[in-house]
Every structure is written in C-alpha cells, then in structure tokens.
Write a protein that binds this ligand. Sequence first.
Ligand code: SGN
Ligand code: CA
Length: 524
Amino acid sequence: MRKLTSTLLYSLTGAAAIASLSSCKSNKQAEPQKPMNVIYIMSDDHSYQTISAYDQRYIHTPNIDRIGNEGVRFTNSFVANSISGPSRACMLTGKHSHANGFINNSTTFNGDQLTFPKVLQQNGYQTAMIGKWHLVSDPQGFDHWEILPGQGDYYNPTFIQMNGERTQEEGYATNIITDKAINWIENRDENKPFCMLLHHKAPHRTWMPDTCDLELFADKTFPLPENFYDNYEGRLAAQKQKMNIANDMEIVYDLKMADKENEIHQGMYEKWGRAMYNNMNPAQKAAWDAHYDPIIAKFKKDKLTGKALAEWKFQQYMRDYLRVITSVDRNIGRLLDYLEEQDLLDNTMIVYTSDQGFYMGEHGWFDKRFMYEESFRTPLLVRLPGGKKGDVAQLVQNIDYGPTILDLAGIEKPEEMHGESFLPLLKGEEAPEWRKSLYYHFYEYPAEHMVCRHFGVRTDRYKLIHFYNDIDSWELFDLQEDPSEMNNLYGKPGTEEITKELKAELKRLQEYYDDPIRKEFVIE
Ligand code: SGN
Ligand code: CA
C-alpha cells in the first residue's frame, strides 16, 4: 500500500488539518470548512425501478428522492458482482471479487484486508456499521457495530453485538435499524468526524411489509413488463435460470399464503414461510391475519392456474415489495429530519444505494445475479453539501465508493483499490479521463436460482458477456437498439467489428484488474 498522505492529519489539528489540506488541492471553489461526515445508506435488493427519482411507474419515494434532488443522481451506476456478500466486499475493499476473495455468498470475508472504514478510522474518523453485514467474519475497522446474523429477519430481529452477544429486539427491522443509527449519531464523540454505514435488510426476499403498510397498494394493478413472458430465445444461460416468478416464486413462502387449515402445500421453503409467521408476536399476527386471511381465502377459492396464476403472483409480489420500500422511504425521511434538526445536513455526505439491482418481473424474473441491466445496475443518489445538483452519466461502479469517501476525507487512494474516486463528478468538475467501460464477474454457480458463471464488459452502448463453467456461450447486446436485452447479436453478420473491439476491451480489463480467469480462459 502506498503511504497515505494524510496519516498525520488528526495528530495535527484535526478538522483544521483536513480543511487546509483540501483547500491546497484546488482553488476552483470554496472547500467546506468542517470535515465531512458520511452516512452511507444501503438497502438490500432495492431496484432503481422502484425509486421515483429513477422511475415513476410504481411508487413515490419522496425521502429517497430528496437525497438525489439535493445532490446527484447517477444514471449509470453499476455493481461488480450482483449478489449481496460479494457486492458488500467490493464496496468495502474497493476491489473486484477475485482480489478481495469474497466471490460468492458461501465465502468468508478476510476481514484483515484493507477496507475504506479501516483507513478512515486510522485517520481520525469515528466509524459505525449497523444492519445487514452478510460477510460471515466479524466487522473490522468500526468503533461500533451491530449486525444482523446472515440475512436477518424482518420481524423481531436478532442482532449480534460487538461483544458477540445476540439480542432479539421486538419490532420491524427497518424501524429498529434506523433507531439504532440515530441513537449512535446522538451519542457519538462530537469532536471527530464520523462515517456510518446503515445497511437495511429491506427489501430482500421475502418482502415482508411492516404491519402499518399492509393495506397500501391493495387496489393497485401493476402493468406487466413487456418481456414478462420472455422465452429466452438465443440466450442459453437465461434458459437455465430458476428465478422465474411463474415457476420459482413460492406461494406460501414468498407470497404469504400460510393458511391456518394447513391445506396449501407448495415449494421447498414452505416450512420457512410458516416459521416466519410463527416468529411474530400476537399483535403482529393479528394485523397480518387481518390483511392476508381474506386474500388466502380468495386464493383457495379461485384455484388459478397458468398465466392467471403467474400474473396473480406478479401482483402480490409487487404489492409486498412496494410496501417494504414505503417503510424504507419513511425511515430515511425520519433520519433526514433528525440530521436537519441536529444541523448535520451541511457537513454530512449522504449516500443512498443498494447492494445490487433487482428484477420487477422483467424477463419474468425476481432476484438478480445476471449482468443484464436490471441487476447489474444499482441506484446511486449522493447528497454532497456544496456539491453538484443534477445528473451524472459517467459509468460508476461500487468499487468506486471507498476511493470516493477517502478522497472526501482528504486521503489518497490506497494503490490496491481498483476503484476510482468520483468526488470530482460530485463536485461538478470535468473528468475527461473517466473510464469508458466496466468489468463484471459473477461466480455463484451451481447454486440457488442457477445463474451460470459469467464475466463481461459494458460500454455506454454495448455489452458483451461470456457464460462459462458447464456452458460456453457469448452474448452481445446493443443497448441503444435493444435496452431490454432480448436480442443476442453475438455471431450475427455485421457485428464482427464491434465484437472484436469488445473482446479486446474485455481482455484489457481482465489484465488491468489481474483477474486469474484470464489464465484459465483465453479470450480469442
Ligand atoms: C437467499 C434467498 C435467495 C437470494 C439469496 C441471495 N433465498 O438465499 O432468493 O438470491 O439469498 O440474496 S431465501 O430463501 O433465503 O430468501 S442476497 O441479496 O443476500 O445475495
Ligand atoms: Ca442483495
């Protein structure tokens, strides 16, 4: 690791040192006087389609939108590996999966490696991590942490404390995580800047709404995505997946049809669906029953099959998912109000993102994993006091978050980090040298949802993907002509030149990031 330029910052004069360091860097605009705090909010599986700052078809999310309206909305934000643990490891280390070692959700994170919270902590920041962690080993580099074990629960969740104790708390996860975050800010050491990671469990499967949101969207019917009945022609890996709403979304588990008569039996997760209900307290169960019992009764009576059943599943899924988002949005509003009251909005950078995107029925799917747009993309809204207001269209990736936050604190990027600081973009500066392509690599196969291993490259217009392991196929998409990625152009006449260019770029990226796959599979 290169020597950090600011190792001595806090041993000098703390805040003043940071301010003077950053004011040396540029004369262009007045730099903030106080060191910036950072609140990094990340939800789990929150699709950009269900944030009104990005898409108005489904839901209004005024509080999440506020972060983007008062700051920057990234319109081309992506992950490096579209699944929870790996995405989190990329974000913390600033490195692609092969370099941080956490390639799939069955890995254990090597917490001894360099992460941006550790570097901040060494440079005088107070650091905290609250909510979903999902990296198996204990968090390192935090003055305070309180995490959900594994995926965590929506209702009455258990938290692991720093001393290893496990405590169960009554209530709904999104509310409790927000309470804990506010409580930590309230009790922090006010003499130091802080960086808090606030990671929601919501809206991860099985999209369990808070009791107060159960009736929302009840009368709404959502339009089916145009490619809901995609037949995956020309896309071999898509033919093999098991994340189809019609075939793989479960009725008891995912869609809460745990009938009291115990007559509905479907899917391998049925017993977990019933257990989730049993984990609620009597008041929670009463609210739950008042909402779901009539739906269960109607479902039993209607005996839907085929397309009618698939479309019923889609509607139930959308309603529950959006209810869960409503709670996330409300809690973000609560946090923003608190920050405003405490006069913290002027010296805190606020980030809102997700660990990856998610399918809202596009291609007939839920879940993520693929390098296709809905799951490769992730929402990214950043409110930097004194920074730019508006859209940023450059290609950014979650490996950039660490370098950006360190840059904000006046700390040079450690050499081993692959990502780049997008702080200049947040400040509205020109960045003519910004990257023109992105690298992606997904490994979790064979596994749940059966999405084949693949790597690929994306430019502003094209995407080239190679699926490998027990399959050997290439896919090429022209995103301008075919934004839904239905038409695989690979091998079609007229695409020879662009295929050659993209393969060369993919090869260059594999060398640049030193992905060992390039020794196993040589791109020709
Ligand atoms: C769980 C879910 C999957 C999901 C993975 C990964 N099944 O295994 O549907 O793809 O998590 O999600 S569940 O039965 O446990 O709900 S991730 O976001 O945590 O990576
Ligand atoms: Ca996730």
